[in-house]
Design a protein around this ligand. Structure first.
Ligand code: DGL
Length: 297
């Protein structure tokens, strides 16, 4: 039976969900986390619902059985679209948080009423996304762009050296893909008729935010889901009485750093561990000792 001291499970097709883990760590520094990158089976975005649902099911089982998780964050828009309903019915007592492209928050931000949405083909062609769009479509003009290959290119780019500041965006594989998709979407900016808001509907894309920024210009707002997801996870844990509350500091003693304030994070991957190690160091400043390779058949 999971307890408040049990870890929170987080998973993605690969390293993209580390952007969500970063927000979770900031919101709940006293919690333990087990993150699983299913890199051996990434990308999910172009594989079809049945495959993604089967992987989501296998990983949920693994995290529950092997790690006794107290909650699960599906840090992947594609897996959420394909399988969150099934996970909810197969694990009815597990607090569960999924991700979907943040088009509702984008409505609150856009001034021109023109919003761009990028994500994987799996997410953007899903029934779940169509339903979401149908409920909002009248309120803004949306340009929806599936970005085939971009998440996979981001995975591969982790092992490469960081591009020098000022180097041309399209000199890298990720940069060339960003340029292709941004150009296909139309005009970005703050003038009437231009898209002034871009929804990052895939957790990988925050890691190419600087390339996207160089292409769309400084006035365009990026909307992603890490922080709202962290707040929602915290709310669910509180409601379930499963939030880990560190032992109180004695009032006669000044607060001092204690081991309980150091986040305990395990990063697991079904793919090459070197890639996860590089991502953990580059994006979360976490040591390679957190990373381990596992098999989830
Ligand atoms: N990071 C994932 C998402 O948010 C999926 C990327 C992929 O594997 O295609 O959709």
């Amino acid at each position: 039976m999971p307890q408040a001291s049990s870890p929170i499970g987080v998973f993605d097709s690969g390293v993209g969900g580390l952007s969500v883990l970063r927000a979770l760590l900031a919101a709940m520094p006293h919690e333990r986390f087990v993150y699983l990158a299913d890199s051996a089976h990434a990308p999910y975005g172009e594989r079809g619902d049945a495959y993604v649902a089967a992987r989501t099911h296998a990983i949920t089982q693994y995290l529950c059985e092997q790690h006794g998780i107290k909650a699960l964050v599906v840090a992947c828009n594609t897996a959420t679209a394909a399988a969150i309903h099934e996970v909810r019915s197969s694990h009815p007592t597990l607090p569960l948080v999924g991700l979907e492209p943040a088009i509702k928050p984008a409505l609150a931000v856009t001034k021109t009423g023109h919003v761009g949405v990028i994500g994987t083909r799996g997410t953007l062609t899903s029934a779940k996304f169509s339903k979401l769009m149908a409920s909002l479509n009248e309120q803004a003009h949306f340009v929806v762009q599936p970005c085939d290959g971009l998440a996979h290119a981001i995975e591969r780019s982790v092992a490469l050296p960081v591009a020098a500041p000022g180097s041309p965006v399209d000199a890298t594989e990720t940069g060339a893909l960003c340029a292709r998709y941004v150009q296909a979407m139309g005009s970005f900016g703050t003038a009437p008729g231009q898209m002034d808001t871009l929804v990052l509907g895939c957790t990988h894309y925050i890691f190419v935010a600087h390339e996207l920024r160089a292409l769309v210009g400084p006035g365009v707002q990026f909307i992603e889901t890490g922080e709202p997801v962290a707040r929602q996870t915290r709310r669910l844990l509180e409601a379930a009485g499963l939030l880990h509350v560190p032992a109180e500091t004695r009032p006669d003693k000044p607060p001092a750093p204690s081991p309980g304030t150091t986040p305990a994070v395990q990063l697991l991957t079904t793919g090459p561990v070197a890639m996860l190690e590089a991502a953990a160091q580059r994006w979360l400043n976490l040591p390679t000792s957190c990373c381990q390779s596992v098999q989830v058949p």
